[in-house]
Ligand binder design. Structure first.
Ligand SMILES: NC(=O)c1ccc[n+]([C@@H]2O[C@H](COP(=O)([O-])OP(=O)(O)OC[C@H]3O[C@@H](n4cnc5c(N)ncnc54)[C@H](O)[C@@H]3O)[C@@H](O)[C@H]2O)c1
Length: 454
């Protein structure tokens, strides 16, 4: 795959270097990455490449760009720039996002000018730059594993958006690569670092509802409908490298609803709201109940509903599955108008949160045990923790193993709903016992030339 960005014949590394130098010359401090100066240099700035410049990248950049010790030096997307994302106002892709980065830095530059962010079509060209310390992987879920593995092998630390993976096998391979190359990986579940939810989890662990017996994990209903049965392929838009968007997923005719944000409702690329909101909600319950290292032993369908046969969208329109842990604790994950949230019932009462505040409790005393409320700025802690860990080489608060386990519960829920039967999880062997059809769903073939090999 050639690097066709920026209309330049220069190699990506050379161009990146020239741009970095030019950036220093026009007023923004010279970009010197951590490897050049050494880990403890006071002027060290962590350099970052953004892979995937869509809806969530716009949100994530609001965290990365204001950080004084982080510099986004490159962006990558298979889309040059277009509308068609989550909402009509968004014009996204590698060129608009590159401009967004440069404008943000220009505002902080004494000259009001800044040019120092390169753009790439092929993430491997971005990974080949040895002046980049970290990458933020903000692509659709079917890319997370391969891009993480290749980034780890290239010596980058990784902020990988949730859900961590498309399949259980993806997650296993991601763990191997992150540990083999000694990289830091933070899964992008920003709710896991908020002050408010820290208080919620602390109160649960201190026994505010007593011994937990049952947990409800709420996920949002689908916010888009598919094109319906009989949908027709569309021409690939100019400036959109469709084959590189599909990557390891099966060959399939182009439709705008397949890509551009709505990919999350097509099972070749994502697990629907089960993995999208499920990773946040189930991840919160696991964190609160100290189950990050524990897996359920069985999972079952509780009445999932699906789009019409023949629609492009094929993930559940109504998510509903149950799961049980070895000690008898039961959880449910269900589509709800409450959107994201968790309700924990214990032997002394219950409490519910939507992540922003306490939305219900069995008594005013229980509700009052969790102080404060969520504010937008509280998400920054999750991103900050990643950068601090890049410097300290500690594990962040949702490292690759925890991200894998949270995503695995979601994937198993999807398998139980799809097969409409109880499945049993063998946590030691990381497989579904006694059900070959279900176990085969733990991985998918990767379309050549893509593989987990580096
Ligand atoms: N943490 C959160 O709260 C949160 C919220 C929304 C989305 N997300 C996650 O972020 C990820 C992206 O979701 P989104 O809503 O931004 O989707 P999106 O479709 O809006 O953006 C994804 C971008 O990735 C690009 N892309 C696809 N393949 C690529 C490749 N091979 N190389 C480079 N770019 C490629 C697409 O062209 C698109 O611009 C998903 O995993 C999603 O679950 C997390």
């Amino acid at each position: 795959m050639s690097n066709s960005c920026n209309n330049s014949g220069l190699s990506s590394t050379r161009r990146g270097f020239l741009r970095a130098t030019a950036a220093g010359a026009i007023g923004f401090p010279m970009i010197v990455n951590s490897r050049t100066l050494g880990a403890n240099s006071p002027s060290k700035r962590i350099t970052m490449g953004i892979i995937g410049c869509g809806n969530q990248a716009e949100q994530d950049l609001k965290r990365w760009l204001p950080m004084e010790d982080v510099q986004v030096v490159a962006v990558c997307d298979v889309n040059k720039g277009s509308h068609g994302y989550k909402n009509d106002a968004q014009f996204l892709g590698r060129e608009p996002v590159r401009e967004m980065v440069e404008e943000a830095y220009a505002e902080r530059s004494p000259t009001g000018l800044f040019k120092g962010c390169s753009s790439y079509v092929d993430f491997r060209d971005l990974l080949a730059r040895d002046d980049i310390d970290t990458v933020a992987i903000i692509t659709p879920d079917h890319w997370h594993a391969i891009q993480t593995i290749q980034a780890a092998a290239a010596g980058k630390d990784i902020y990988c958006q949730k859900p961590q993976s498309l399949t259980v096998r993806d997650g296993q391979e991601m763990i191997k690569a992150v540990r083999k190359y000694n990289r830091v990986l933070q899964t992008g579940s920003q709710w896991r670092s908020t002050t408010f939810l820290n208080g919620f989890c602390k109160a649960i662990r201190e026994g505010i509802v007593g011994k937990p017996r049952h947990v409800l994990n709420y996920v949002a209903k689908n916010n888009f409908d598919g094109p319906g049965p009989g949908w027709k392929p569309m021409p690939v838009p100019e400036g959109f490298e469709y084959d590189m968007w599909l990557g390891p997923a099966p060959q399939a005719p182009y439709h705008e609803d397949r890509c551009f944000y709505r990919f999350r409702f097509v099972s070749d690329y994502s697990g629907g709201q089960t993995t999208n909101f499920g990773h946040h909600a189930i991840g919160l319950a696991m964190w609160a109940l100290e189950l990050d290292n524990t897996m359920p032993v069985e999972l079952w369908n509780m009445g999932a509903e699906w789009p019409l046969r023949g629609d492009l969208f094929d993930t559940a329109t109504k998510v509903h599955f149950g799961f049980r842990y070895a000690d008898g604790l039961e959880m449910e994950c269900v589509t709800s108008p409450k959107s994201f949230g968790v309700r924990i019932d214990g032997d002394k009462g219950w409490i519910e949160t939507n992540g922003r505040k306490i939305t219900g409790a069995s008594s005013p005393e229980i509700a009052k045990a969790v102080p404060g409320a969520h504010t937008w700025d509280q998400f920054t802690a999750h991103y900050r923790r990643f950068i601090d860990c890049v410097k300290s080489r500690e594990d962040p608060n949702e490292p690759v193993e925890i991200g894998h386990r949270v995503s695995t519960v979601c994937h198993l829920g999807n398998i139980a709903m799809q097969l409409d039967r109880k499945i049993r999880w063998d946590a030691e062997k990381e497989t579904i016992s006694g059900d070959r059809e279900a176990a085969a769903m733990l991985e998918r073939p990767l379309r050549a030339p893509w593989s987990y090999e580096v």
